[in-house]
Design a protein around this ligand. Structure first.
Ligand code: NAP
Length: 249
């Protein structure tokens, strides 16, 4: 990618230990950004950090459990040395705990909302202060088409993902005066651990329902994030970029 360079920018990606978050981290590093990789699995983060360092990227690892918002806020008070000024925040970490409403436990409702929405609030609040002081920021949250169109069996997940959209639109208005843009990427079905357990028949039905006739890749999502993080996207805020192969139109 020749445009959309991110040299000199520092990005923090939550859920960078695998899947879409790892792909986003690799994509941002490829554009010249320095990276803070956050998630619970420190070993996986360290392995990714090593791989990125060997191709010349400056990287720090930040262990973080988003399900504990207070500990997350505490942890973000001290960012790794040399990585204190975060320019680009990618709120990617997320979980599912699917069930039909009549069978959904309060614990599964709460865990998904706590991780996907309240955890994102905690990280964003902590990092917004510095962005406001420096009068620059890019906040990008990974929602889902489930948050836009709903999905049977995902009431908790869809509520959290729709919540991210309302959250981001409010912040876009609140932070625009400080030159901070706030946007959302809403992926459709992407090939990762989250979707690999789909039975073959479900995968085939799904592919038929997607106008572009394929599942997405982590690179499809990384490209959207790179754009929204770039200088070139400086006039885009409060937007939901649907990257679903046309599943949601
Ligand atoms: N795959 C899809 O088709 C798809 C579609 C639409 C939207 N999305 C969204 O895209 C994002 C990434 O999905 P994915 O498919 O890459 O999922 P994934 O492979 O399951 O990865 C999820 C990531 O979130 C992190 N995470 C989970 N719970 C966490 C917690 N309590 N604290 C900190 N980090 C936590 C995980 O790291 P640790 O386990 O190391 O903590 C992991 O890095 C999610 O928000 C998901 O909802 C995915």
């Amino acid at each position: 990618m020749s445009g959309f360079r991110l040299d000199g920018r520092t990005a923090l990606v939550t859920g960078a230990s695998q899947g879409i978050g790892e792909g986003i981290a690799r994509g941002l590093a490829g554009q010249g950004a320095r990276l803070v990789l956050a998630a619970r699995s420190v070993d996986k983060l360290e392995a990714l950090a090593e791989a990125l360092r060997s191709s010349g990227t400056e990287v720090a690892v930040l262990p973080l459990d988003l399900a504990d918002a207070e500990a997350t806020a505490e942890r973000l008070k001290e960012l790794p040395e040399g990585f204190e000024a975060i320019d680009v925040l990618v709120n990617n970490a997320g979980i599912t705990a699917d069930n039909l409403i009549v069978r959904m436990s309060h614990e599964d409702w709460d865990r998904v909302l706590r991780t996907n929405l309240t955890g994102t609030f905690a990280v964003t609040q902590a990092l917004t202060r510095g962005m406001m002081r420096r009068k620059f920021g890019r906040i990008i949250s990974i929602s889902s088409v489930s948050g836009l169109m709903g999905n049977a069996g995902q009431a908790n997940y869809s509520a959290a993902k729709a919540g991210l959209i309302g959250f981001s639109k409010s912040l876009a208005r609140e932070l625009a005066g400080r030159n901070i843009t706030v946007n959302v990427v809403a992926p459709g079905f992407i090939q990762t651990a989250m979707t690999e357990n789909l039975p073959e028949s479900a995968r085939s039905d799904l592919t038929t329902a997607i106008p572009l006739k394929r599942l997405g890749t982590v690179d499809d999502i990384a490209a959207a994030v790179i754009y929204l993080a770039s200088e070139e996207a400086g006039y885009v805020t409060g937007h939901v970029l649907n990257v679903s192969g046309g599943l949601y139109i």
